[in-house]
Design a protein around this ligand. Structure first.
Ligand SMILES: NC(=O)c1ccc[n+]([C@@H]2O[C@H](COP(=O)([O-])OP(=O)(O)OC[C@H]3O[C@@H](n4cnc5c(N)ncnc54)[C@H](OP(=O)(O)O)[C@@H]3O)[C@@H](O)[C@H]2O)c1
Length: 312
């Protein structure tokens, strides 16, 4: 893969960091959006799908990890890598950075994959807006990585340190998006992340951010699935060249924060039966065809494999 080294941080120093960042986004888009349709499922298992329709690492069926991960799930995380997942979504808040870092280290040491072949996203939590640099440094230590591929501002909310969840009224602090984003930009400029982005941002919130941004947001990770299609936001992001990533792409069934509306949909069930696929496969394939990155989560080996097999 001819990675555009000159356009990544540390390349031509005469260029502004904004230019470098835009080049990086373009590289992400070229590599992950515009490739041949079927490469992902045609490559042998141990090779990495470099490019395919809607992206390889940042647009293929991808895998998120959330919450503290009990030891037995370490094995399942290794399964992800073996199945072919190459994008790992985590966050300092989830408590899963350490487990992901351990599994990736093992995969790198075994020669199964190289660092540059995986796409790692992590996020800045709401009580750390004052110091993105110290926070990403801690995340990198947990992940045992020198850089992440994407660092996201988790929410458009700033909370007091020591807050509880759900936050109480007194936990909320005034948001200073300009200062927080400057901290995110610093992380990028120091090469600790290849791109910076946001999560849970509306069009209006992105517009506000862009007024202050020296480096534009590369991505917006939001809840998206057939029951919440985010059409207006996707149109806006497409116009602004911001990659949308769909979290809770299956509607987060059987979780306190999600619902079973997607997985219980009679219409999607009928489509799935017609095509001999599962409901989850139909939903993920539809999302990928909308040009978004998807990060389904499963701790079940059969479903991890099922969620990857959406192109055959
Ligand atoms: N930025 C944010 O604010 C934010 C918020 C929420 C989530 N996220 C990210 O998005 C990722 C996924 O979101 P999510 O966990 O909320 O929702 P999800 O991926 O839509 O749903 C996960 C649930 O679906 C089940 N599942 C997975 N594959 C299935 C299949 N093929 N058939 C039936 N059930 C299936 C899983 O159970 P099993 O484990 O039993 O398979 C799990 O209970 C998270 O891990 C996180 O990385 C980000």
């Amino acid at each position: 893969m001819a990675m555009v080294v000159a356009s990544t941080p540390g390349g031509n120093s005469s260029r502004s960091s904004r230019d470098v960042h835009i080049d990086w986004i373009n590289w992400v888009v070229r590599r992950r959006i515009l490739g041949p349709v079927d490469q992902g499922h045609l490559v042998p298992k141990k090779e990495v799908p470099q490019v395919e329709k809607n992206g390889s690492k940042y647009g293929r069926t991808e895998y998120g990890k959330q919450n503290a991960v009990p030891p037995h799930q370490y094995e399942e995380m290794k399964t992800d890598v073996e199945v072919g997942y190459r994008h790992f979504d985590t966050a300092s808040y989830y408590g899963s950075e350490g487990t992901l870092g351990g599994a990736l280290k093992e995969a790198f040491q075994s020669g199964h994959i190289k660092r540059e072949e995986v796409f790692v996203t992590t996020k800045l939590w709401d009580d750390k807006h004052d110091d993105p640099l110290a926070t990403i440094t801690k995340s990198l230590k947990n992940l045992q990585l020198e850089y992440v591929d994407l660092y996201l501002l988790h929410w458009h909310v700033r909370l007091r340190k020591g807050h509880t969840l759900p936050p109480k009224e007194e936990d909320f602090l005034p948001l200073d998006i300009k200062s927080t984003w400057q901290g995110m930009e610093k992380c990028f400029e120091l090469g600790l992340t290849k791109a910076i982005g946001v999560s849970n941002f509306s069009c209006k919130k992105i517009e506000d951010l862009l007024k202050h941004a020296k480096i534009p947001t590369a991505a917006n990770q939001v809840e998206m699935h057939p029951m919440w299609q985010q059409k207006k936001l996707r149109e806006y992001c497409s116009k602004m060249k911001i990659q949308v990533c769909a979290f809770s792409p299956l509607g987060a069934p059987n979780t306190p924060w999600g619902s079973n509306m997607v997985m219980d949909s009679p219409v999607i069930k009928e489509i799935a039966q017609k095509h001999g696929k599962s409901i989850a496969q139909v939903v993920l394939r539809w999302e990928i065809e909308q040009g978004v990155c998807v990060i389904p989560k499963s701790y079940n080996k059969g479903r991890i494999i099922e969620n990857f097999q959406v192109f055959d």
